[in-house]
Design a protein around this ligand. Structure first.
Ligand SMILES: *Cc1c(COP(=O)(O)O)cnc(C)c1O
Length: 363
């Protein structure tokens, strides 16, 4: 018997929360599954598979080189290790050695966030030591510049909705500081949609998560300067071994990037159009009032924002939605304000109907 929910005693999940690690992030396309299957059914010279898929993606993305890694987190740790070790094999074998003391990674304080794990933990795994620049609510080029010493190995910039957005320097401004001091700049753009912008803005390495915007299988991507990418590959002999990615996912992810460049993400206008009947149905339910809102960080993502009034509060409704099978997971960030958000990027029409029916029972 093949794998299914019942056999393993698992609930089916409707994911109206967005691209969340706790739910498995994304569903992959048929095309990606075919590529994963091809990977699963063949052997490869693995070092060549890494180099050739990297070269293929580098050409598509108009960069010097690229390396597929197991996750964006692995990309952060290995990029940090690569820039500290600078291609030295002794360092790859002794990543935390006292013999190397150029380990400082400068990070704007407002970028030192927890995306499921703190950015700092990944930097330290790579042997880096976080030096915060600026303050909780601001960081400009001067704040960054004053933290540079001869121990600085790299500057790390986190481009994300998780970070402080106001009074923060841009990637281009950061790159200007980095270049003036000949220090490499790493940009973690894990969940971002634009695969070109940050390299164009002057970053030396840019990191993406495979299953977020690109909806690939579990993977990560680092693109940028050829020499630095080679240093990242060297980490496979060291800390990278604990972050190995399988051949099936290397090929599935390569396909996902190619498809993403052709089709892109669903446009916000399409999300709005798909949500219209859903919003109308929700507004028929007593004590619920629904409207369409744009993503708080201004991305081209639209969600149903549902205000809960009456006997039950938003938190109770959110918990009850998770109880039955299929379990419905929503975005919970606004629950304290009595609002439940539904992200429909991974929700189809029949699942929306199931959500409406479930809410009718609950309310
Ligand atoms: C999701 C995320 C990561 C980690 O991505 P994984 O591929 O899950 O390791 C890193 N940084 C930011 C800003 C993220 O949003």
């Amino acid at each position: 018997m093949t794998i299914n929910f019942e056999k393993l005693g698992l609930k089916e999940v409707i994911n109206a929360s967005g691209r969340m690690t706790i739910l498995g992030v994304s569903k992959v396309s048929e095309n990606v599954l075919t590529a994963q299957r091809f990977g699963g059914e063949h052997f490869f010279e693995m070092s060549q598979l890494a180099i050739q898929t990297g070269a293929y993606l580098a050409k598509l993305l108009k960069v010097e080189d690229a390396q597929i890694v197991s996750s964006a987190s692995a990309g952060i740790a290995q990029s940090v290790a690569a820039l500290i070790g600078a291609g030295d094999l002794y360092h790859a074998y002794h990543p935390y050695t006292d013999k190397i003391n150029k380990r400082e990674i400068i990070l704007p304080k407002g970028h030192n966030v927890d995306y499921g794990t703190p950015v700092e933990v990944m930097v330290e795994q790579g042997g880096g030591q976080v030096i915060e620049a600026g303050y909780a609510n601001m960081c400009g080029p001067d704040h960054l510049e004053m933290m540079i010493t001869e121990k600085t190995a790299a500057i790390l910039y986190i481009k994300s909705h998780h970070t402080v957005q106001k009074s923060m320097l841009t990637v281009a401004e950061t790159a200007t500081v980095a270049k003036a001091h000949k220090i490499p700049l790493i940009v973690d753009a894990a969940a971002e949609e634009d695969l070109f912008k940050y390299i164009q803005a002057g970053a030396d390495l840019v990191i993406y998560s495979g299953a977020k915007a690109m909806e690939g299988p579990s993977a990560g991507l680092v693109i940028g300067k050829k020499e630095y990418i080679e240093w990242i590959r060297l980490q496979g002999k060291g800390i990278g071994r604990a972050m190995k990615i399988g051949k099936d996912n290397i090929l599935g992810f390569t396909q996902a990037v190619e498809d993403y460049l052709v089709h892109g993400s669903e446009a916000g206008s399409e999300m709005k159009a798909r949500m219209l009947p859903f919003i109308a149905d929700l507004n028929e339910i007593s004590d619920l009032s629904a409207e369409v809102v744009q993503d708080g960080a201004g991305r081209d993502i639209y969600r149903a924002s549902v205000k809960v009034s009456g006997e039950k509060n938003a938190k109770q409704v959110i918990e009850e939605l998770k109880e039955k099978d299929p379990a419905v997971y929503t975005r919970e960030y606004q629950a304290n304000n009595g609002i439940i958000e539904f992200d429909v990027r991974s929700v189809n029409q029949s699942e929306m109907t199931k959500i409406v029916n479930r809410l009718k029972e609950i309310m």
